[in-house]
Design a protein around this ligand. Structure first.
Ligand SMILES: Cc1cc2nc3c(=O)[nH]c(=O)nc-3n(C[C@H](O)[C@H](O)[C@H](O)COP(=O)(O)OP(=O)(O)OC[C@H]3O[C@@H](n4cnc5c(N)ncnc54)[C@H](O)[C@@H]3O)c2cc1C
Length: 466
């Protein structure tokens, strides 16, 4: 696994909802029948539904929340400008379908700023120091890569070089919490090494949540309609919701691995232990975004400046300042530190952000705060966390989740072997599950059995994902 400067600079840019209510609520009564029912209107669910529509089959999406998007949620109300509470960046412009879809929908698509900076105390790192850090990151990545080729999977933290010196904490933060939402001691070396690149981050001015809502406009969906129980067999499914039952010939279930493992949807019969265990091994890490509207540019930073700090631990954060020339700054906290902080609630999160910025920039940040907000994804009842990453030994679980369960097909970011933790991974997984469901009901021809495709080298993960 190579860590290029470009990969670091572009990918570490990407992390952060009042909802963008782009999707229409379901006005008409819930249909009693469909060819395929989709559970969840996040990126995977919307992709699945659109694929089913292309095949001219009847689809209905049931969504527990009052808006579409799931972990792609743009808040346009709190700050009078788009604030992505979840996904913000789209990677790999050559292969990422979301970027094409955004352009086609008329969204303003721009590249993420290059040139993220590192703070050492109250000054910026010098060029030589940044080089030292990048070298440390390359060595750490290489060690994880090599470990992933061993017989037994191990935790990334256990193979990190012991001599990263002053950069050890920062490297752990960038590769662990910042990239996977977990500390490296909880992350499988095999899962991390197989992950696709998150290079050349692209964003859209209107927000990624707004984009998913736009893409959902023509999709029949029922908001505020949680699936409470799914009865399934090899022939059909019955989805129970507070608004009634839907009988369909197949289902695509896109809820997060944590929602699945928590048993928030009852299945009759129970879903196999094999899949439940797999979901548990792909639990969601913690990643939250604290947003501060700061008047008068107290940090003295430029548009879209991004900072991390030299830190002796992972109790640190990532700053994205003056977003799109506005006064909005976001501070991302993740991993065990982020989890601990978010459990304390919004005010404690904002207090941390103010204190952290004051420490790094020495200015009176507190006096400049005009408005603030913070996400708490671990407490979001229909998601229960940020992004999946495999526990040591858990990498094969991603494939297990894609195995059909009668006529149910699981989708969502956790089911993508290389693009887990991303919107495009979720989108691709939704299309794949929809095609499997369409084949099951005879609406697509069976695929000839092909040799498994090798993992594409050019999409390997080298850098932070968020
Ligand atoms: C803070 C943060 C930053 C991120 N940054 C990036 C980034 O910059 N770039 C990137 O590519 N990715 C990023 N990600 C990851 C990305 O957001 C996810 O990978 C992706 O959005 C997951 O989509 P999904 O469809 O798999 O799941 P979800 O978005 O979780 O969708 C599942 C849906 O199911 C619904 N649901 C749950 N239970 C039920 C039920 N019982 N009945 C009906 N519906 C139900 C949920 O409400 C939800 O809408 C980030 C995530 C977070 C949290």
């Amino acid at each position: 696994m190579t860590m290029t400067r470009r990969a670091f600079l572009s990918a570490s840019a990407g992390f952060a909802a009042a909802p963008a209510l782009g999707a229409r609520a379901f006005g008409a009564p819930l249909p009693r029948e469909a060819d395929i029912v989709v559970i969840g209107a996040g990126a995977a669910g919307i992709a699945a539904a659109r694929r089913i529509q292309v095949a001219n089959r009847r689809v209905i999406v049931v969504e527990a929340a009052s808006q579409v998007g799931g972990r792609c949620l743009t808040d346009t109300a709190t700050f009078d400008l788009p604030f992505d509470r979840g996904a913000r960046w789209m990677y790999n412009p050559d292969s990422n379908p979301m970027i094409k879809l955004a352009r086609r929908a008329g969204f303003d698509v721009t590249s993420a700023p290059m040139g993220q900076k590192i703070r050492i105390g109250r000054r910026n790192a010098r060029a030589g120091e940044t080089e030292e850090f990048l070298a440390a990151l390359v060595r750490a990545n290489r060690a994880i890569d090599e470990a992933s080729r061993g017989k037994a999977d191990v935790a990334c933290a256990s193979v990190l070089p012991k001599d990263l010196g002053d950069w050890a904490g920062t490297a752990e933060f960038v590769l662990g919490p910042n990239a996977t939402a977990k500390d490296l001691k909880e992350v499988s070396a095999m899962d991390k090494a197989r992950a696709g690149d998150r290079n050349a981050a692209i964003t859209c001015r209107q927000g990624l949540g707004t984009l998913i809502a736009k893409l959902a406009e023509q999709v029949p969906l029922a908001l505020s309609t949680p699936a409470s129980r799914i009865g399934w067999s090899n022939r059909d499914v019955t989805v129970e919701t507070p608004s009634g039952k839907i009988v369909a010939r197949a289902a695509v279930v896109t809820v997060s691995s944590n929602v699945l493992a928590a048993g928030n949807i009852k299945f009759t019969p129970d879903i196999p232990k094999r899949q439940l265990d797999a979901a548990a091994k792909l639990s969601l890490g913690s990643l939250d975004r604290i947003a501060l509207l700061l008047s008068g540019n107290p940090l003295g930073l430029a548009r879209d400046d991004i900072f991390i700090e030299q830190s002796n631990s992972t109790r640190t954060a990532l700053l994205f300042a003056n977003i799109g020339s506005s006064s909005l700054c976001t501070i991302d906290v993740a991993g065990s530190f982020g989890r601990e902080l978010s459990a304390k609630g919004g005010p404690a999160m904002v207090a941390f952000a103010v204190e952290w910025l004051t420490k790094l920039f020495g200015s009176d940040v507190a006096a400049a705060v005009k408005k603030s907000g913070a996400t708490r994804w671990n407490a979001a009842p229909f998601v229960l966390g940020a992004t999946s990453s495999a526990a040591p030994g858990g990498q094969p679980s991603r494939k297990i989740l894609t195995e059909p369960i009668g006529c149910m097909f699981l989708a969502g970011e956790a089911t993508h072997e290389t693009l887990w933790g991303t919107v495009d991974g979720a989108w691709e997984s939704g299309e794949r599950a929809a095609e499997a469901a369409l084949r099951k009901i005879g609406a697509l021809r069976e695929e000839p059995v092909a040799a498994p495709a090798p993992v594409a080298k050019h999409r390997r993960h080298a850098a932070p994902i968020n």
